[in-house]
Design a protein around this ligand. Structure first.
Ligand SMILES: [Zn+2]
Length: 238
């Protein structure tokens, strides 16, 4: 189905200024925290339209306003720098499949990659992992970059209704209701991967079970202090 172009605001409109600013900040955070390297991207849904904005073919840490791109959910170019990232279908297919998702990140996180190839699941062992199920995120088994809609749909299927999916021998994709939530989840997934790795060096960890996760999830507030903290850590590079 063709996207509804009538509702698409201009990428440089005042309406989208805060959102695009936040998107660039999100990319800089993932770079600064060492979750992404020269590759990876964050995207955001354009409010009220079948479209999203992500970074053009540029490293997350290097993104500037003139290197943002807007595409529809079929991958058609709408506005901005006309060099779509190789793996745009990750974003397009997840947004199309999940109307509850406002933002998506894709990283080549070493921690997600390690647990994507081991017979051991990355599981919640701290309340930072309360957004995950007790079994941890599923794994998308497809090998190779997600450069086609077919692969993107397979990835979205592996993600299901969850918050994150590991991508075998590749990285991860994380979704959320806001850019801030996606950054919190993406950074915490990396922290949990590292902590799982460290704990497993000693013995079998006592992971949090479903009932224990429910205790933490009884509180669904989303404090902004995590986002503020990461933004504050960018001040020296701006
Ligand atoms: Zn990738």
């Amino acid at each position: 189905m063709a996207s509804d172009r009538k509702n698409v605001p201009a990428i440089d409109s005042s309406e989208l200024k805060d959102l695009t600013e936040k998107l660039m900040t999100a990319c800089h955070i993932l770079d600064h925290e060492g979750v992404t390297d020269g590759y990876g991207h964050v995207s955001v849904r354009v409010p009220g339209a079948d479209a999203f904005i992500t970074i053009a073919n540029v490293s997350p840490g290097c993104v500037t306003r003139d290197r943002l791109i807007m595409q529809d959910f079929d991958g058609n170019y709408l506005a901005g720098a006309n060099t779509p990232p190789n793996e745009w279908p990750i974003h397009a297919c997840i947004f199309k499949a999940r109307s509850d998702v406002e933002s998506v990140s894709h990283t080549h996180s070493k921690w997600s990659t390690i647990f994507s190839v081991l017979p051991i699941k990355l599981k919640p062992m701290h309340h930072y992992g309360k957004f995950l199920s007790a079994d941890g995120p599923p794994i998308y088994e497809g090998i190779g970059l997600v450069r086609t809609v077919e692969r993107g749909n397979d990835l979205a299927k592996a993600l299901g209704n969850g918050p994150a999916v590991l991508m075998r021998a590749h990285g991860d994709a994380v979704v959320g209701e806001s850019i801030e939530q996606v950054i919190e989840r993406t950074t915490r997934l990396a922290m949990l991967g590292e902590w799982n790795h460290l704990a497993l060096l000693h013995s079998e960890p006592r992971y949090l079970n479903a009932q224990e996760l429910e205790v933490y999830n009884a509180d669904q507030r989303f404090p902004m202090r995590g986002w503020e903290y990461y933004v504050s850590r960018l001040k020296d590079r701006r």
